[in-house]
Structures are given as C-alpha cells and as structure tokens.
Design a protein around this ligand. Structure first.
Ligand SMILES: Cc1cc2nc3c(=O)[nH]c(=O)nc-3n(C[C@H](O)[C@H](O)[C@H](O)COP(=O)(O)OP(=O)(O)OC[C@H]3O[C@@H](n4cnc5c(N)ncnc54)[C@H](O)[C@@H]3O)c2cc1C
Ligand code: FES
Length: 262
C-alpha cells in the first residue's frame, strides 16, 4: 500500500550542472519499493506549487530504510526541490505505479537509458543482480558529465557502456547506434528501457525484430499520481479505444503495447 510520509533527508548532492541526488529515510516506503515504481514528492513545504512531482525510485537501501531519487532541474518544482537541506524533511508519497516485471530465473538482460531516464534502471539493475542476472547497460547522454549513474552501476556489477554525443566518454553518437553496432541479440533474453521516446522507439524496433521481451517506462504529466484524476491518461496506440492511466496502469508497460514516436 502506498504511504505518505515525511522523509528525513540524509544527503542531497548536486551531481552536475543541473542534476541532483536526494536520499531520504522513510523505512515503510523503502520496504515496499519495487523497481520501476515512483515517488510523488511535494517540491516545497508551502502550498505552491500545489502538485507533487513524480520521480523514479533510483536506489533503495532497505537496511537503512532509505530511498534515493535522481532528478534533473527543468522547472518550478524541481528548482524548488534543490533548496531542501540535509536533516530537513520531504513530503513523499509512494511507492506508486506498476514497476518492471522481473524474470522468474536468472537471465541475460539489457538496460538502455537515455539521459535522466537511467534513474529507474539503477534500482532495477540492483535487484536483477541479486537474482543472478547478467546485466549490460547502455547509457546515452550529451557528455560524460551526465553519466552520473556510472559508479553505482559499476559497483552493482553491470557491464556498462556509455554513448556521448560529444565523444567525451565511450561511443561518440547516439546510444541507439551503439545498441545496433554492439549488442548481439542472440545473447539477450530481455530488455528494459527508459528515456526519450525516439530512443525507446528504436529499442522497440530492435526488440521486435529479434523477438526479445521488452518493457518501457513512460513519462506523462501527472497530478494525483494514484489513478483518481485522469491527469495522466494516454492511449498506448493511436487506434486504441481506451485510455490507460500511466500513474496506475504504468509507468511501465510491455513495449509491444506502446506506440512510440521517433
Ligand atoms: C513516472 C515518472 C517518473 C519520473 N522520474 C523522473 C526522475 O527519476 N528524474 C527526473 O529528473 N525526472 C523524472 N520524471 C519527470 C519529472 O516528473 C518532471 O521533470 C518534473 O515533474 C518537472 O517538474 P517541474 O515543476 O520542475 O517542471 P514544470 O515547471 O512542471 O515543467 C518544466 C518543463 O518540464 C516539462 N515536463 C514537466 N513534467 C513532465 C513530464 N512528466 N513529462 C515530460 N515533460 C515534463 C514541461 O513541459 C516543461 O517544459 C518522471 C516523470 C514520470 C511521469
Ligand atoms: S495522475 Fe491522476 S490519474 Fe494519473
């Protein structure tokens, strides 16, 4: 059951020009977290902005009872969040949504993240590693400064391959080019992806061409976060007659169910 809590902030660090890592203690939330779910966080303790902001569960330490979020500053809410200090409290609700479906047995897994879309894939990698999976990660960013999850993913024990547009780390160019050049589909059982839609569209095509199971985490504007307001309603395919609520039916969906735009 999702809970609403005041999480005690134990660290809040700026990890590059516009990205922050925020860790808070909320044992009941930490205990429940599944990879791919999200936390609905109130950016400030005042009334404005009224709406919470959805942020993926980036990492969890169940022993400590802590949850870590990774966020990029894009507007009012995320900018306000940057002013929270260590030892202060954040108003958090969660864990919310339907997360990634985990394999029943150890598998060969590919994670493809674009930009801050790497966030839900890190806790996923941790849980998959505990299950004995063999994990390869491709992360595409503008430059090496945005490869903020590298250290965590290395410690977890994944094979990590970056792609940067400016060539400052790893492959120079799009992460989807790296995918097509580097990854041998026959050596894969499953793919999980999160990032810009054009990137995920190429991943979807790759998965379909090689008949590989894949899931995608979608981003949508959200208000209530719990399926009550229709604020996040979306048709998964243009010819669908029904809408899904991304906050409750997702944010993770089977990639075959979703139409992604290049
Ligand atoms: C399930 C889910 C998980 C997410 N996880 C993360 C995460 O781990 N880290 C992270 O940095 N961000 C994540 N996001 C996106 C994050 O919620 C938005 O960036 C944030 O709500 C913006 O709030 P703001 O007040 O700063 O920006 P606003 O002032 O509300 O908007 C600023 C700009 O961001 C755009 N924007 C705002 N919300 C969204 C959205 N949901 N989708 C696409 N564009 C949006 C607006 O169009 C505008 O251009 C996630 C979104 C969803 C739905
Ligand atoms: S945000 Fe209210 S129904 Fe999804």
């Amino acid at each position: 059951m999702p809970g609403m809590q005041q999480g005690l902030v134990i660290s809040h660090n700026q990890v590059n020009r516009d990205m922050f890592e925020l860790e808070f203690i909320a044992p009941e939330i930490a205990e429940e977290c599944q990879p791919g779910q999200f936390i609905h966080i109130k950016p400030g303790l005042r009334d404005q902005p009224l709406l919470r902001r959805p942020l993926s569960i980036y990492d969890v330490d169940k022993r400590l009872g802590s949850v870590t979020l990774l966020y990029k500053v894009v507007g009012t809410g995320t900018r306000l969040l940057t002013s929270v200090r260590t030892k202060e409290y954040v108003d958090v609700m969660g864990p919310l949504g339907r997360g990634f479906k985990l394999p029943d047995q150890p598998e060969r897994i590919l994670l493809v993240g674009g930009g801050v879309g790497i966030a839900p894939l890190v806790y996923l990698a941790r849980v998959l590693e505990e299950q004995g999976c063999d994990i390869t990660v491709l992360h595409g960013t503008e430059s090496r400064r945005q490869l903020v999850a590298f250290e965590k993913l290395r410690q977890i024990g994944t094979d990590f391959f970056p792609a940067t547009m400016d060539g400052t780390a790893g492959y120079k160019g799009l992460v989807t080019e790296l995918l097509l050049k580097k990854i041998e589909p026959k050596k894969l059982d499953r793919i999980y992806t999160c990032g810009p839609e054009p990137m995920m569209a190429v991943v979807a095509e790759f998965a379909a061409n090689h008949n590989i199971e894949a899931e995608v985490s979608l981003e949508e504007y959200m208000a209530c976060g719990v399926g009550a307001c229709l604020g996040c309603a979306r048709k998964l395919k243009t010819n669908d007659t029904q809408y899904v609520k991304v906050c409750k039916d997702g944010p993770v969906f089977n990639i075959k169910e979703v139409e992604l735009y290049k």
